[in-house]
Ligand binder design. Structure first.
Ligand code: PLP
Length: 395
């Protein structure tokens, strides 16, 4: 008899579809395949020419990314959005897929730190000039426009000072100047603001944050109104390999099912926590777009239709040492530089997002060593108030 112990049985290497019978799974399957087999050369041509639908290679697209992108498209009122490997991949693709040497882009002066770094350090290396303007001051954007300006990139609510941009004014400036308006809608989310309905040409998300919502995936999404612009962003992303993982797309899609519930609950909690903190003797000031003492309150009401978000910032009546004691006094409040998790997280911009600035630079933005930013989660509000009271007792 032949010894077959070293043979590789055919059943081991031949791929087979999963048996499902007449019923179907309720939950979205994960499709990890990197390659897709086409039935014929003619069909492959048809796929590449857009006459037939079908995937070829996962870096160019895969079903879990498509499903997630279509769901975010629906929330944003967009078409043909794409999911990428991180929020920064989405910001980078929007800028570098569209702009070239000799072009100029204007950014909001309070953009996310890595977006600012990308603009100043990386775009500059590729011959793309950048300027910054205060997004609460439309005149500053108008003044920054140059003949070679091609794009404006802004966030609606700034981090961590929670100022609200004059979106209507900035959209007018972009339209008058014929430049693309790109909006990073991560903080606001389509629950509060849908940029494409207000003059934006490109919308960006860090899906990592509120949309996915559980701090267990890093993903981004970007969509453009104009098909040529969208194609440039897609081609650049595929070339540089900003591919999202099917597993992460699957997790984010699962997170989306509860996004509206999480958002509403976190927002209601944020409003109550902001009022609680404002009445606390150890607090010097509270910044929350839903409070009447917020510097952009009128704009919040006009723009965001009653939505005020889940982010609260505050300053303690104390210095850096008191801030450190506060963090240590309530370890149940994760001290983590992120936002949008189901649970409340606390961040300290002076030691994280804004640590590269000088103390004077931070002071100009209103960020002292006693300044905190809270991403409010969906906990019971009384529990949350008690956690903060416990933390503040150490100030
Ligand atoms: N945009 C904003 C407003 C952010 O807050 C962040 C991250 O904090 C990003 C983009 C980058 O997203 P990611 O961390 O998914 O790359």
């Amino acid at each position: 008899m032949t010894d077959r112990r070293n043979d590789i049985p055919e059943t081991l290497v031949r791929r087979r579809a999963l048996a499902e019978g007449v019923s179907r799974p309720v939950v979205t399957p994960i499709q990890p395949s990197v390659v897709y087999a086409s039935p014929s050369i003619d069909m492959l041509h048809a796929q590449y020419e857009g006459r037939e639908k079908g995937y070829t290679y996962a870096r160019e697209g895969h079903p879990n990314a498509t499903l997630l992108a279509e769901k975010i498209d629906a929330m944003e009122g967009a078409e043909g959005g794409i999911v990428l490997g991180s929020g920064m991949a989405a910001v980078t693709a929007a800028l570098m897929g569209v702009l070239g040497a000799g072009d100029h882009v204007i950014g909001g002066s309070q953009l996310y730190g890595r977006s600012l770094r990308l603009m100043h350090q990386d775009l500059a290396r590729f011959g793309i000039a950048t300027s910054l303007a205060d997004p609460t001051d439309t005149g500053a954007f108008r003044a920054a426009i140059r003949p070679e300006t091609k794009m404006i990139l802004v966030e609606v609510v700034s981090n961590p000072t929670l100022r609200v941009a004059d979106m209507e004014g900035i959209a007018r400036v972009a339209k008058e100047a014929g430049v693309l308006l790109a909006v990073d809608n991560t903080f606001t989310t389509p629950r509060a603001w849908r940029p494409l309905e207000h003059g934006a040409d490109i919308v960006i998300h860090s899906v990592t944050k509120l949309l996915a919502g559980h701090s267990d995936v890093t993903l981004g999404w970007v969509a453009a109104k104009d098909a040529t612009v969208a194609r440039k962003i897609y081609d650049f992303s595929v070339t540089v390999g900003f591919t999202p993982s099917p597993y992460e797309c699957w997790l984010a899609e699962r997170g989306l099912y509860t996004f509206p519930l999480r958002y509403d609950r976190a927002e209601a909690n944020a409003a109550m926590l902001a009022d609680h903190l404002a009445g606390h003797p150890k607090i010097a000031r509270v910044l929350y777009p839903g409070r009447d003492d917020h510097p952009d309150r009128a704009r919040v009401k006009a723009l965001l239709g009653g939505r005020t978000g889940n982010m609260v910032s505050f300053e303690i009546a104390g210095d850096g040492a008191a801030a450190n004691r506060m963090v240590m006094a309530a370890p149940q409040l994760p001290f983590a530089p992120t936002l949008g998790d189901v649970g409340t997280t606390l961040s300290h911009p002076a030691s994280s997002s804004h640590r590269a600035l000088t103390p004077e630079g931070r002071a100009a933005l209103g960020i002292s060593d006693g300044f905190f930013r809270v991403s409010v989660g969906i906990e019971e509000i009384e529990l949350l108030k008690a956690d903060f009271d416990q933390a503040l007792a150490a100030v």
